[in-house]
Design a protein around this ligand. Structure first.
Ligand SMILES: NC(=O)C1=CN([C@@H]2O[C@H](COP(=O)(O)OP(=O)(O)OC[C@H]3O[C@@H](n4cnc5c(N)ncnc54)[C@H](O)[C@@H]3O)[C@@H](O)[C@H]2O)C=CC1
Ligand SMILES: O=C([O-])CC(=O)C(=O)O
Length: 339
């Protein structure tokens, strides 16, 4: 028999994260059987802020749930098949949506609209009906359009609170940190790049001038880095050669953003990260949603930070971002009003 202190040590080394959290929540993943959904579900199983993990997909969620449920952390995992969406959502506080098709080489994210818009619309309607006060984290592309779709659906249902709908743009932040750190020879975990705008090509605007490691960059080196951050998704789509887009790095990014939302819900202060939300920043230009640094808290979005000082190059990037973003947002809104 192991002495109690030895058991405690064994127990500590067996855990990836510490298990004591102030306040835990039920989290539901819609699209849990997919390329992102599976590793994301695993990472959420490791999150000490999750008490109950509900996994839903039109294919394969009970199997994923059975598998993930054997991991020895405190949360309880349940899988739900296609006809059990309402049960999956009951009592949930956070819903993460990676349901929908991914890109193949040669496609833009907007090319996914025709398939994913209706998937996201129908899932949002179910969330509005069953879990109207849930925080909704939208991963499904095109994010610039799917976030307005979710918002419009909730608005129609009379349960919209803009503080609780988020487009997950964390992968852009993760990539920017990694790619800049490679050039600057810095620690990527300490190379925190605010990435603003939206989540597709030219709408992705990294504010490199706001970092010590980034402010000296210019010319070809700067242009190449910006292009890599804006088109990092294409790099993965090309390398996977028809087998899909980023799944593992996205699962990491999604779990990280979900953890930030959960920590906010638990009352932690000072959690600031970029996310694509209903925003006043460019309302005067008719742009209702924008990603920028947002402070998260018990109500979701507590405060939207201004962009801060921009370099001349960043002003130009922003100029290219805004009209494209506006088009994407309007397309999402029109889809719901015509549905
Ligand atoms: N926000 C971001 O930064 C990123 C977004 N994505 C997007 O995430 C989405 C998912 O990508 P993957 O997981 O690679 O695709 P995948 O095809 O591997 O998985 C999608 C899953 O959604 C499920 N699904 C389809 N319709 C559904 C419905 N009505 N209800 C519940 N589940 C449903 C499918 O059965 C499948 O298991 C894509 O739209 C992709 O473009 C991907 C990477 C990064
Ligand atoms: O590129 C894609 O289609 C998937 C995605 O959004 C990303 O990896 O940033």
């Amino acid at each position: 028999m192991l002495a109690r202190s030895a058991l405690r040590n064994v127990s500590r080394t067996n855990r990836l994260f510490s298990t004591s959290a102030a306040r835990q929540q039920k989290v539901t993943v819609l699209g849990a059987g997919g390329g992102i959904g599976q590793p994301l579900s695993l990472l959420l199983k490791l999150d000490p802020y999750v008490t109950s993990l509900s996994l839903y997909d039109i294919r394969g969620a009970p199997g994923v749930a059975a598998d993930v449920s054997h991991v020895d952390t405190g949360s309880v995992v349940t899988g739900y098949p296609a006809d059990k969406l309402d049960e999956a959502l009951e009592g949930t506080k956070v819903v993460v949506i990676p349901a929908g098709v991914p890109r193949k080489p040669g496609m833009t994210r907007d090319d996914l609209f025709n398939t994913n818009a209706s998937i996201v619309r129908d899932l949002a309607a179910a969330v509005g009906r069953v879990a109207p006060d849930a925080h909704i984290l939208v991963i499904s592309n095109p994010v610039n359009s799917t976030v307005p779709i979710v918002s419009e659906v909730l608005q129609k249902a009379g349960v919209y609170d803009p503080r609780r709908v988020f487009g997950v743009t964390t992968l852009d932040v993760v990539r920017a940190a990694r790619f800049l750190a490679e050039i600057a020879d810095s620690n990527p975990q300490e190379t925190i790049v605010p990435v603003v705008g939206g989540h597709s090509g030219p709408t992705i605007v990294p504010l490199l001038s706001q970092l010590e490691q980034g402010k000296g960059l210019a010319g070809e080196g700067y242009d190449k880095l910006v292009h890599r951050i804006q088109f990092g998704g294409d790099e993965v789509v090309k390398a996977k050669d028809g087998a899909g887009s980023a799944t593992l790095s996205m699962a990491y990014a999604g779990a990280r953003f979900a953890n930030a939302v959960l920590r906010g819900l638990a009352g932690e202060k000072g959690i600031v990260t970029p996310t694509f939300v209903k925003s006043p920043l460019f309302e005067d230009k008719g742009i209702e949603y924008f990603s920028s640094n947002v402070e998260l808290g018990v109500n979701g979005v507590e405060k939207i930070h201004p962009l801060g000082p921009l370099s001349a190059s960043e002003e130009k990037l922003l100029e290219a971002c805004l009209p494209e973003l506006k088009k994407n947002i309007e397309k999402g809104k029109a889809f719901v009003s015509q549905s």
